[in-house]
Design a protein around this ligand. Structure first.
Ligand code: MN
Length: 129
């Protein structure tokens, strides 16, 4: 069975690129464009992995990560930030918000897919939780 991946991304071009890539590798993709839609979709669909942009309209990815981690039904879903942020301290801010890791934009297809496979592999056995 294909893994189901929720992408939270407000930029249409980035969303298209990531969706296309994941589809091409056989993943089932669902998309949300803001944090409210993302939470509703995550609770309803229980994806195997969540990919989340950091700069989003409304609350943003950092706040969304805290909400996902506070939800018993979503707590153990692998959560990966996809972000262009490159400032010193962002890595710590992202990880301490509850993300398992992050991928930097721009996306490089081969390494991106390898990263996704890696995070799907930790599903249910992350020693942090
Ligand atoms: Mn954005």
């Amino acid at each position: 069975m294909s893994a189901r991946i929720l992408i939270i991304e407000d930029d249409p071009t980035n969303l298209e690129v990531v969706s296309y890539l994941l589809n091409a590798f056989g993943y089932l993709v669902m998309a949300a464009r803001d944090t409210g839609e993302a939470l509703r979709m995550a609770r309803r669909e229980r994806p195997d992995l969540i990919l989340c942009d950091i700069q989003l309209p409304g609350e943003g990815g950092i706040e969304l990560a805290s909400r996902i981690r506070a939800d018993p039904a979503l707590r153990s879903v692998p959560l990966v930030a996809v972000t262009a942020l490159a400032m010193v301290g962002d890595r710590e801010r992202i990880l301490s918000a509850g993300f398992d890791g992050y991928v930097s934009k721009p996306i490089f297809p081969d390494s991106f897919i390898e990263t996704i496979k890696g995070y799907l592999g930790i599903h249910g056995e992350n020693p942090r939780r």
